[in-house]
Design a protein. Structure first.
Length: 143
């Protein structure tokens, strides 16, 4: 099974949807703690509507998001702190349950994990897949 990842930093909705469609993604799994964005079209409701129009399912798994301290560390490029904070987040029962749900959803149809950062090396979605994605191929999409 392949799990895709994508960030919407520095892209337009049209480019974002084109990258998903080209890869054959049929579901976006939003792993942001706060599914809000200053980028037009990327907040939860408007994003879900745009994806639905493109024939792509949308699911938000809040517990797989990064707490504020981790988001602040990511913005500063402090990967060590991001990793420490996110490891603690993933240890929570709610996060473990949502990680299992994420894998189940991704097995049903081609799915992409969504977060803000364009570069997956600076994003918790890579940490998430390292922790729970054993045996799955990961393809990072760029819009």
């Amino acid at each position: 099974m392949t799990i895709y990842t994508i960030g919407y930093e520095a892209t337009t909705m049209a480019e974002f949807l084109a990258a998903l469609t080209k890869a054959g993604v049929r579901r976006v799994i939003d792993v942001r703690a706060l599914p809000l964005s200053r980028r037009p079209g990327f907040s939860k409701s408007s994003l879900a509507a745009s994806l639905r129009e493109a024939g792509i399912d949308y699911v938000h798994l809040k517990a797989l998001g990064t707490p504020k301290r981790g988001r602040d560390a990511a913005k500063k490029g402090d990967v060590a702190t991001l990793t420490e904070v996110y490891d603690a987040q993933l240890a929570l029962p709610e996060a473990q349950a949502q990680a299992a749900r994420m894998l189940s959803l991704a097995e049903e149809m081609p799915s992409a994990l969504l977060c803000f950062e364009r570069d997956p090396c600076h994003c918790h979605r890579t940490l998430l897949l390292r922790a729970v994605g054993e045996g799955r191929a990961v393809v990072d999409l760029y819009a």
